[in-house]
Design a protein around this ligand. Sequence first.
Ligand SMILES: Cc1cc2nc3c(=O)[nH]c(=O)nc-3n(C[C@H](O)[C@H](O)[C@H](O)COP(=O)(O)OP(=O)(O)OC[C@H]3O[C@@H](n4cnc5c(N)ncnc54)[C@H](O)[C@@H]3O)c2cc1C
Length: 449
Amino acid sequence: MAAQTADLIVVGAGQGGVPLAVDFAKAGKRVVLFERKHLGGTCVNVGCTPSKAFLASAHNAGRARAAAAIGVHCDVRLDVPAVMKRVNAIRGEWHDGVEKRLRDASVQIVMAEAHFVGERTLEGGGVTVKAPIVVLDTGTSPACPPIEGLSEVPYFTNETFFDQTNLPRRFIVVGGGYIGLELGQGLRRLGCEVTILETGKRLIPREDADATEVLAKALRDDGVDLRVGRQATCTHGPGEVSVRLDDGTEIKADAILVAAGRTPNTGALDCAKSGVELDERKFVKTDAHLRTTCKGVYALGEVAGQPAFTHVSWEDYRRVKAVIEGGTRTKDDRVLAYCTFTEPQLGRVGMNEEEARRKGRDVRVVTYQLEDDARAIEWNLQRGFYRLVVDAKSDEILGATLVGYEAGEFVHTILAHMEAGSTWRVLERSVHIHPTFNEGLPSLARKLL
Ligand SMILES: Cc1cc2nc3c(=O)[nH]c(=O)nc-3n(C[C@H](O)[C@H](O)[C@H](O)COP(=O)(O)OP(=O)(O)OC[C@H]3O[C@@H](n4cnc5c(N)ncnc54)[C@H](O)[C@@H]3O)c2cc1C
């Protein structure tokens, strides 16, 4: 069959691909978008949206229980089917909204897995299209970690977890990264018995050890059984899974959730047919402007090896769009922030001390404990600390780690200072409202005086 022609082909209806397709189509360009599973990609269907809706119920239950410590006794009765129904309704609305945006803009949607059949030419679902510009936004999929027996055991991943209409009583979560900790704590707060198994030496190793220690203690206090640094073997019998640890312990459960790393969705693309090279980890190789090794083909978001966050993929879209239109944006021209949505949260922006020292920076580091914070004391939310890393000579703010109640919100204050190129001295002289959690940030900077 002869190839159709288009002005732009987008492969993957993820966070960057959708707005790019819509913008070009609205500008009168002919755009074809291939999507093999669900419009909106991971975030909307099986990532941020369902997980945060799930955590909203879980953390409300946790907060209601914790209120007893300040004299408010709540009778927490869980309606888990209602929780899951709400999760599914919210992600359904977002999914439908994405579809409407694409259709309203007259993007041609092909619901099929696409692969290259030639230079800037893709085929999928019986449709073959050639275009001068191709953008790959194919994301990643959950990886199966090398745990003996795991591949023979039925398990959930984020792709299937939110399809549940009720929750089994006992869960083993494999993976002590941010997804494993968030969903593990969520499951526990919604009434499940939960074991989180991390075979590596530490939870979220890119974070400061004392920051992850605060999270570990919070999860343990919730009743999560955390097993870190243990090797394991999995087996399953009728209606039950079992994990034997290298210390001889056996943990039985009704279900396993695997949240232990991601692999890039490049296997099906047959990138070589278009001269698009992959790196040694099978991510698409891109230069600073998100251009691949084939002229006219760009990659963005997770498949381009970018940090695995929705706001990164979305921001990449603005960069790719600018580059296609002759601009010079690069993939690193931004301050990166992110959050682990456990309670307490871990909000991060820029570099931590270890990363800054690795980059050869001469740093000063200060820490402010929330146990000394007025708002935290009044609300009985003293778990955590705020930490600032600054350049010892220029006073530039290099990064911050905030662990505490809604810390993912407050980290934006630091982000704004960093984007504005201000120094810790500007933060120090800012007078924040008393008593707020944000008031802790100038107090933190004052420790540098
Ligand atoms: C449980 C969970 C919770 C998360 N929570 C957060 C959070 O709170 N905040 C945050 O910032 N990030 C979060 N993330 C990460 C975030 O979801 C991802 O970083 C983001 O969705 C990546 O976007 P993307 O555009 O790179 O790819 P994706 O959104 O993954 O989109 C890729 C799309 O490409 C499609 N595709 C793949 N191959 C092909 C092919 N050959 N042909 C056609 N289509 C194809 C896929 O089906 C998919 O729809 C979470 C992730 C998970 C798993």
